[in-house]
Design a protein around this ligand. Structure first.
Ligand code: NDP
Length: 483
């Protein structure tokens, strides 16, 4: 049994109330540890620690903070296999994925912002004829809250914490209670790296208890949140009247627009990944697949053939493409959409969607990847975020109809366009309602680029200097140098 503890003021502690929550391994369905069920008192202690640490940390040099973040990055890399195993065990994702993507990316996040803070500059405006110059100070906000989801646990947690710390803030962070293990390992590494006490505090527990306590604490001045749209709405309802700075990275229902003139083989193999990587539990997965009429039947046959070859199995086993879904609650939700597809006249399940019982792990949360053909885009299967290994396919006649289908959604996170027509790719990129457009690729991220969505996929941008701007307050200084 692994006992996870809070990291407050540089010390490892259980929750003050002594309560805990079971941590379940989704690959086996067994409890394998406990995490603190923290509450307001723990958040209050974390805020006090952050308050005490803030003056020294925010006044330290960029160089000092940069070196510390680089040390944390190196320690994550040195402990890659422990981190990857913990992530796979907590989340159910294939170990090879955690080893190749999640953990290296978490280390890159720290390295990236360690370097970015040394290059971050602010504006200066000379008012000619008035002998004044304006310059903008970029000051840390103070104490900030970082709340992250379970699908890419350490990857998304560090994507917030690293820029917040680099900019000189003190942080109260909460990972999802479903996947707390790598956040705990990170706290141990921060201690080893010599991060001053109170600069980063990690408080574990339920969202509606400890998450809510972070959001409503008056001394927490900004909230960076990644998670579902409904949770984002609840957080905004609490934080907005308190005039907190908010960054909300929310749900998605991303379209794939596939044209007949695309590089077919590249499109096919990438579409398999964009559909089912991490069991379809990536906010950027392309779960709405629209295919130009002339290649629709061919695509349908080839795609299903490839989907049939995907192997569902225990995440640490070799050659597994899909591991376990994250929890019993989540697989039940995903299965409810499959049940709906069985009864809806507009939907036909072409392949998969069955619960899988592995001989050695009968209580694990496994299912076969599912492909559904839809007749009507307004069907809830194409309008609601399922967030599992389920994609819906539909044909379109021409570019105009394809674009209309892609934009017919309340979400607007990302879109993937497959075409060899450069002019078309530009036209569509301009008109697609999304924060991120990929042309002939998917999940191809340069950490300097802005990341985020429009419509109900969120407010604000993370990534590159956008994140450093979010985690700093601009203050304009106007200096009169008239003789
Ligand atoms: P949730 O919204 O359920 O939870 C996200 C985090 O918020 C968790 O740590 C959760 O804690 C916490 N939380 C829940 N309620 C509150 C509250 N009232 N106040 C403060 N914190 C709270 O999302 P999931 O964890 O289920 O993650 C999946 C969702 O995340 C999907 O919708 C997906 O699209 C989205 N996502 C968006 C991304 C983006 O960049 N746009 C990237 C990745 C995922 P607890 O776990 O205890 O409930």
């Amino acid at each position: 049994m692994k006992t996870i503890e809070n990291y407050i003021n540089g010390s490892f502690k259980p929750s003050t109330n002594g309560e805990s929550i079971n941590n379940i391994n989704p690959a086996t369905g067994d409890v394998y540890g406990t995490i603190p069920r923290s509450d307001k008192t723990d958040v209050e202690n974390a805020v006090k620690a952050a308050e005490n640490a803030f003056s020294e940390w925010s006044n330290s040099s960029q160089d000092y903070r940069s070196r510390l973040l680089l040390k944390i990055s190196n320690l994550i890399e040195e402990n890659l296999s422990d981190f990857a195993l913990a992530e796979s065990m907590d989340n159910g994702k294939p170990l090879h994925l955690a080893t190749a993507i999640d953990i290296p990316r978490a280390a890159s996040n720290f390295r990236f912002f360690a370097n970015a803070i040394t290059q971050f500059s602010s504006d200066s405006h000379e008012s000619q004829g008035r002998d004044t110059i304006n310059f903008t100070l970029r000051q840390p906000i103070g104490i900030v809250g970082c709340i992250s989801p379970w699908n890419l646990p350490l990857y998304l947690f560090t994507w917030k914490i690293a820029p917040a710390l680099a900019a000189g803030n003190c942080v109260i962070a909460k990972p999802s209670e479903v996947t707390p293990m790598t956040a705990y390992l990170l706290s141990q590494i921060c201690k080893d790296a010599g991060l001053p006490d109170g600069v980063l505090n990690i408080v574990h527990g339920y969202g509606h208890e400890v998450g809510q306590a972070i959001v409503e604490h008056p001394k927490v001045k900004a909230i960076s949140f990644t998670g579902g749209t409904a949770t984002g709405k609840a957080i905004a309802a609490t934080a907005a009247p308190m005039f907190k700075k908010l960054s909300l990275e929310l749900g998605g229902k991303n379209p794939n627009l596939i044209f007949a003139d695309c590089d077919y083989e590249k499109m096919l193999s990438t579409t398999i990944k964009s559909s089912f990587a991490n069991q379809g539990q990536i906010c950027l997965c392309g779960s709405r697949i629209y295919v130009e009429e002339s290649i629709y039947e061919k695509f349908k046959a080839d795609f299903i053939e490839k989907v049939k070859q995907l192997k569902v199995g225990h995440p640490v086993h070799d050659n597994v493409n899909l591991g376990a879904l994250v929890s019993e609650q989540h697989i039940t939700k995903v299965q409810s959409y499959i049940d709906y597809a069985k009864t809806d006249a507009d939907a036909e399940i072409l392949y998969g969607g069955e619960r899988v019982t592995l001989n050695d792990y009968p209580k694990g949360y496994y299912m076969t990847p599912c492909v559904i053909e839809l007749k009507d885009n307004s069907c809830k299967l194409n309008q609601e975020e399922i967030f599992g290994p389920v994609v819906c396919i539909m044909p379109f006649k021409d570019e105009k109809q394809g674009l209309a289908l892609a934009n017919d959604s309340r979400y607007g996170l990302s879109c993937t366009i497959w075409t060899s027509d450069l002019n078309r790719s530009m036209r569509l990129s301009q008109q697609i309602q999304a924060g991120i457009v990929w042309v002939n690729t998917w999940l191809n991220r340069d950490l300097r680029t802005p990341f985020g969505g429009v419509k109900q996929s969120g407010v604000g941008r993370e990534g590159g200097f956008e994140a450093l701007r979010f985690f700093t307050e601009p203050k304009n200084v106007c200096l009169d140098f008239a003789p």
